[in-house]
Design a protein around this ligand. Structure first.
Ligand SMILES: [Zn+2]
Length: 734
C-alpha cells in the first residue's frame, strides 16, 4: 500500500476530530487548559522512581517520536510521577500538562504504562504540548488479544513487535496459543519429543479448506520456543504492562502431542502432525497416564508463566474415540459418568485440581461448561455469548470472545481482492459496536472480566498477514474495552484515519483500509434496484470513471445481465481503495421475498430484498453477500407482484464444511397465481451447488423450500450441530 496518510490530517473535517482526540483508546475525561509546556524534544524524569528496564522502555517509547527522555533528580524532572495507592481504579491514571511539565498520578505499574502510552500519543509535536488534564480508567480489567502460533509459527522478534503494538492500545493480556493439532510450540524438558517431533509437520494445506481437490505444500514446517525464550517474552510483555496467558490445548486439538507420544491417545496409533485444518477425532485419552503427562506439562508451564490464569483449551473435542476406548470406558464406569461430556468434565476437573494446588486458576473455552463446569474455572465464551452468560449465572468469571465480534480471522471486507480468510464477516464497524455486557442482567455483569480478540492463523501464514487482519480492528476493540460510552463511529473512523493509521504506518505495521469502502444502501427502485453509496466517513469521495458518484441504479431485465463497476475511494488527492462491484440483473430484481424461515441475524443482508438485490454471493465465500440460515428447513416466498412468465429459476447454494456450511440435500419449488393454491414444479435432490429449474412457467408467487441435514453427521466438521445453509439469490429469467 503506497499511500501517504499524513495527508489525511488536512483532508478530514476538524469538527468530527474534536469528538475523538489523538489518544487511543479515547480517555474517559479530557479537559483542555490554557497552559502550554514547551520542551523542545527533551523530557526528564527521576529514574530512581521506576525500575531501570521500565525507564529504558519509556525512553524507547518517546524516542520513537523523536523526544529524548533523560534521567534527572526529582526536583528537576519535567515528568513528575506520583504514586497514589488510593486511586479508585487500578490501571487508572491522571495526566496533567502544566506550563512547567507533565504531572502523572498512577496507582500501579500497569497504570503508569497506560499514562505513558497516552503521553506518547499526545506528543504529535515534539516541541510543545498544549495544556490538558486527563482522568482515565478502563471499563474492563481483562483486555486481551490471542494469537495462534501453532497453525503458523511466529518468531520471538515478531511477537515482540506484536506486543509493542498491543501495549500502545492499552491491552493488558496476550493469550499465547502454544499447542494444537498442527504444531507443539513450547519446550517441555521432561518430554523432549513434544518439540523434536511435535513442532514439525511435513506438509501444509494450500488454499482454502473447502477447496477441491485438496492440495498440499510438501515442505517441512514448524518451530518452537525454548523455555528461556518464553521467559524472556513474558518479561518483555510485563515491562509493557501486558501479562501473557499460555494455552495448552486439551483434551482435543492434540495431534501434535500425539504424534510425539502416540501412547497418550485411545488408539495408540502413530499419526503424523496434521498439515490441514479442522477438528480431529484423535484426542488425548482420558486415562490416568495421559492426565499425569499433562500435569507434568502444566507444572513446567506454571514455572515459565507467572500469570494467575492458565488456559487449558477444552474446545472442539470429539468423543468418538473415547466411546470406543476400553480405558476411557473403565473411567466412565468407575466414576459414574453418563456420557462423553461428563468424561470431559471429569478430565478438566482433574486438571483444575492440579492447577489449583499450585495456586493458579484455569480458564477454558466454553465447551468446558458441557457436562458440568469445574468449580473455580473461568470461561472464555467463543461460540456465542450464551456460554459466557450461563457461566456468569453460575458465578464464574468470564472473558467474552464471541466469533461474531471477536474472531479477527474473519473477512473484514467482501472485496474480491481481500486475501484468503477462513470465512465469516466482521467489518470494523461491527467490532466497534461490540458490547461485552449485552444480554446480562445487572447482578451478573461483574462476572464479565472483559473481552478478547482472537487471531487464529490457519490462513495467516506471516506476521504481516496477522497485522492486516488485526488492524484497524484491534483499535476498535481497544475502544470497546476501555470505554463504556464511545464516540459515534464516524468520529472514531475520522480520528483513526488521521492519527492512528499514520502511527501504524510509521511503525511498519500492515493494516487494512477496507473500512473506507462505500456501504451499499440497497432500495427497490421502480424498475429495478438502486444502490446508494454511503460514505463511512466525511472527506471520502467515491468516483466511477473519474466522475464523482453517489449511487448506481440497475434496471430489471428479462435475461440475466451482469454489470461491473469499479468505485474509487479517495481522500484529498490520495486514492485509498478501489472497490469492485458486480450487479446481476434479472426478472426478479428488486421484488420482495417473505421469509417463513428467517436468515440468521449474522448473515441477513438487505431484509426482504436479500435474495433479489442483484448482489449474487460469490465463491470463495467472504462472509457477506450470502444469506445464512441455521435451520434444517428453509422456506420463503417470492412475490413478483403480477403473474409473470419465465423459463428459468436459479438459486446458488454453498458447501464449505470447514465453516459448518453444508450443501442442502433437496428442494421443493411451488408456484401460485393467487398466493393460496400452490402447484409443485420441482422436487429434487441436490445435484451440485445450484438449484435450477428450466421449463415454461407462469406465476406471481414462487414458494421455495430447501432441506438440509438435521445435524452434521459424525466424522464431519461441526458434527452434532445443525448445519448452516447459505443461499445467494433467486434469479429468474425468460
Ligand atoms: Zn481412551
Amino acid at each position: 500500500m503506497k499511500i501517504t496518510l499524513v495527508v489525511l490530517l488536512f483532508a478530514l473535517t476538524t469538527q468530527s476530530l474534536a469528538q475523538h482526540g489523538s489518544v487511543f483508546p479515547q480517555p474517559i475525561s479530557v479537559e483542555q487548559t490554557d497552559s502550554k509546556f514547551v520542551f523542545n524534544r527533551r523530557l526528564t524524569m527521576d529514574n530512581t522512581q521506576v525500575p531501570a528496564e521500565s525507564f529504558s522502555y519509556f525512553r524507547e517509547l518517546l524516542g520513537r517520536n523523536s523526544v529524548y527522555l533523560e534521567p534527572s533528580s526529582a526536583k528537576e524532572a519535567t515528568i513528575r510521577l506520583q504514586q497514589i495507592q488510593t486511586l479508585v481504579y487500578t490501571e487508572g491514571y491522571q495526566l496533567t500538562v502544566t506550563n512547567t511539565g507533565i504531572e502523572i498520578q498512577y496507582s500501579n505499574y500497569q497504570s503508569l504504562c497506560n499514562a505513558f502510552q497516552s503521553l506518547n500519543q499526545l506528543i504529535l509535536n515534539p516541541q510543545e504540548l498544549p495544556g490538558i488534564r486527563i482522568s482515565d480508567q478502563p471499563a474492563f480489567s481483562y483486555r486481551g488479544v490471542h494469537l495462534d502460533c501453532s497453525r503458523h509459527f511466529f518468531t520471538i522478534a515478531e511477537l515482540q513487535k506484536f506486543i509493542d503494538q498491543l501495549a500502545k492500545l492499552k491491552f493488558n493480556r496476550f493469550h499465547w496459543h502454544l499447542t494444537d493439532d498442527q504444531g507443539w510450540r513450547i519446550e517441555i524438558k521432561k518430554y523432549p519429543k513434544l518439540t523434536r517431533v511435535g513442532a514439525w509437520r511435513d506438509s501444509t494445506l494450500i488454499g482454502h479448506f473447502s477447496k477441491q481437490p485438496v492440495e498440499y505444500e510438501h515442505q517441512r514446517y514448524g518451530g518452537f520456543y525454548t523455555q528461556e525464550e518464553a521467559k524472556q517474552l513474558v518479561e518483555y510483555a510485563r515491562i509493557r504492562g501486558i501479562e501473557i496467558i499460555p494455552e495448552i490445548e486439551m483434551p482435543g486439538h492434540a495431534r501434535a502431542a500425539l504424534a510425539a507420544y502416540p501412547e497418550l491417545s485411545c488408539t495408540e496409533k502413530q499419526l503424523p502432525v496434521v498439515g490441514t485444518w479442522g477438528v480431529f477425532d484423535d484426542v488425548f485419552c482420558s486415562q490416568e497416564k495421559t492426565r499425569s503427562f499433562l500435569k507434568d506439562v502444566l507444572d513446567e508451564i506454571i514455572e515459565i508463566f507467572p500469570s494467575q490464569v492458565i488456559h487449558i483449551g477444552g474446545d472442539e473435542c470429539p468423543k468418538v474415540n473415547w466411546e470406543k476406548c476400553p480405558k476411557c470406558k473403565t473411567i466412565m464406569t468407575e466414576n459414574h459418568l453418563k456420557n462423553g461430556h461428563e468424561l470431559q468434565s471429569f478430565f478438566i476437573r482433574d486438571m483444575e485440581k492440579h492447577v489449583n494446588s499450585k495456586g493458579r486458576t484455569i480458564i477454558g473455552w466454553d465447551e468446558i461448561l458441557e457436562g458440568g463446569l469445574a468449580p473455580n474455572a473461568q470461561v472464555m465464551s467463543w461460540q456465542g455469548v450464551e456460554g459466557g452468560i450461563a457461566a456468569a449465572k453460575q458465578k464464574h468469571q468470564v472473558v467474552m470472545t464471541p466469533t461474531s465480534y471477536c474472531y479477527f480471522d474473519y473477512y473484514q471486507s467482501g472485496h474480491p481482492s481481500e486475501p484468503l480468510a477462513i470465512g465469516g464477516y466482521l467489518p470494523l464497524e461491527k467490532v466497534y459496536q461490540f458490547n461485552p455486557l449485552k444480554g446480562l442482567e445487572n447482578e451478573y455483569k461483574h462476572y464479565i472480566l472483559g473481552a478478547q480478540a482472537n487471531l487464529w492463523t490457519e490462513y495467516l501464514p506471516t506476521i504481516q498477514a496477522v497485522e492486516y487482519n488485526a488492524y484497524p480492528r484491534l483499535v476498535a476493540m481497544a475502544e470497546v474495552l476501555w470505554n463504556q460510552s464511545k464516540v459515534p463511529y464516524p468520529d472514531f473512523v475520522a480520528a483513526l484515519s488521521s492519527y492512528y493509521l499514520p502511527q501504524l504506518q510509521k511503525d511498519g505495521v500492515r493494516f487494512s483500509t477496507s473500512f473506507l469502502d462505500p456501504k451499499l444502501e440497497i432500495r427497490p427502485y421502480k424498475t429495478g434496484v438502486s444502490y446508494g453509496l454511503i460514505k463511512p466517513v466525511d472527506g471520502v469521495v467515491f468516483s466511477l470513471n473519474n466522475e464523482a458518484v453517489t449511487g448506481i441504479n440497475i434496471e430489471r431485465t428479462k435475461q440475466i445481465q451482469e454489470s461491473r463497476y469499479l468505485i474509487h475511494s479517495t481522500i484529498g488527492d490520495q486514492e485509498m481503495r478501489v472497490c469492485d462491484y458486480t450487479f446481476t440483473s434479472h426478472l426478479a430484481l428488486g421484488k420482495r421475498v417473505e421469509f417463513t424461515t428467517k436468515p440468521h441475524e449474522k448473515y441477513n443482508h438487505n431484509g426482504s430484498l436479500g435474495l433479489t438485490d442483484g448482489v449474487v454471493g460469490r465463491k470463495p465465500w467472504k462472509g457477506n453477500e450470502w444469506l445464512g440460515f441455521n435451520n434444517d428447513t428453509i422456506q420463503f416466498i417470492l412475490d413478483l407482484e403480477t403473474v409473470t412468465s419465465f423459463s428459468k429459476i436459479e438459486i446458488g447454494t454453498l458447501n464449505d464444511p470447514g465453516s459448518w456450511i453444508y450443501r442442502p440435500e433437496k428442494y421443493l419449488i411451488q408456484l401460485s397465481s393467487n398466493g393460496k393454491k400452490y402447484k409443485t414444479v420441482a422436487k429434487s435432490s441436490m445435484n451440485g451447488d445450484l438449484i435450477r429449474v428450466t421449463k415454461k412457467m407462469k406465476a406471481r408467487y414462487i414458494k421455495v423450500s430447501i432441506y438440509n441435514k438435521e445435524l452434521i453427521p459424525a466424522g464431519q466438521t461441526g458434527a452434532g450441530f445443525t448445519p448452516w445453509t447459505f443461499i445467494n439469490e433467486i434469479i429468474l429469467s425468460e
